[in-house]
Design a protein around this ligand. Structure first.
Ligand code: DGI
Ligand code: FE
Ligand code: FE
Length: 197
């Protein structure tokens, strides 16, 4: 199992994201660590903890690029861009972030890269690590604007699948109000986790 030098990674990260985003990513790092402690089995606890910490810390490493840069760099690095992502390039910060995780931060673990890739929309039938990062991103202590945050935080530690449903449903309700274009994966995630209830 790979051990990461978190201080070195944070120093590098601070050259690519602004200070408030760095604080958020550290919030996600330790919230994801707490969820890993809650949901790991005896057999995978050490590995899941390390994966949650590194995925949490790096999940938004590409977040501070402009929309045109996100598109341009994604195309340059051979990342497949869907129509929805072309219309809303902010959605690419997960995929491009996974690319940088490999090429800038030395991550080789596909499970960690999946958690970074899918952290915004989620997807049906996520791995435990993917669910942990998806949920931690929404509930970390620096978040304030989401509805019913205290209840969602509690639910995260009681039933993570139900929590993924609540988060994706609240996100879709919010986006509908904002009249933002909704990626089909966000809907698929909500529908899949609704089906598990
Ligand atoms: O990068 P963060 O702000 O930490 O968090 P994130 O990557 O989960 O992004 C959160 C935003 O993403 C939130 O405002 C909801 C939005 N979002 C999630 N799914 C979709 C979406 N936005 C659009 N336009 N379409 C989606 O399907
Ligand atoms: Fe993000
Ligand atoms: Fe985030």
């Amino acid at each position: 199992m790979k051990k990461y030098d978190y201080e070195k990674i944070k120093t590098k990260l601070s050259k690519h994201i602004k200070e408030s985003r760095l604080r958020h990513t550290i919030g996600v790092q330790y919230t994801a660590a707490s969820l890993a402690m809650r949901y790991a089995d005896e057999s995978n606890a050490d590995e899941l903890l390390e994966q949650a910490m590194i995925a949490g810390l790096l999940h938004d490493n590409a977040k501070c690029l402009s929309e045109s840069e996100l598109l341009e760099k994604s195309v340059k690095h051979g990342i497949e861009v869907t129509e929805s992502e072309r219309n809303n390039p902010f959605l690419l910060h997960g995929k491009l972030g996974a690319y940088y995780a490999v090429h800038r931060y030395g991550v080789e673990d596909e499970a960690v890269l999946g958690a970074i890739t899918w952290h915004t929309t989620g997807h049906p039938d996520m791995t435990l690590l993917e669910k942990i990062v998806f949920v931690a991103d929404y509930i970390e202590p620096g978040r304030t604007k989401q509805p019913n945050l205290n209840a969602v935080r509690k639910l995260a530690f009681e039933d993570i699948d139900k929590c993924v449903y609540v988060i994706s449903d609240d996100t879709l309700n919010y986006l509908t109000g904002e009249k933002s274009c909704i990626d089909e994966m966000t809907v698929k995630t909500r529908d899949y986790y609704k089906g598990l209830l």
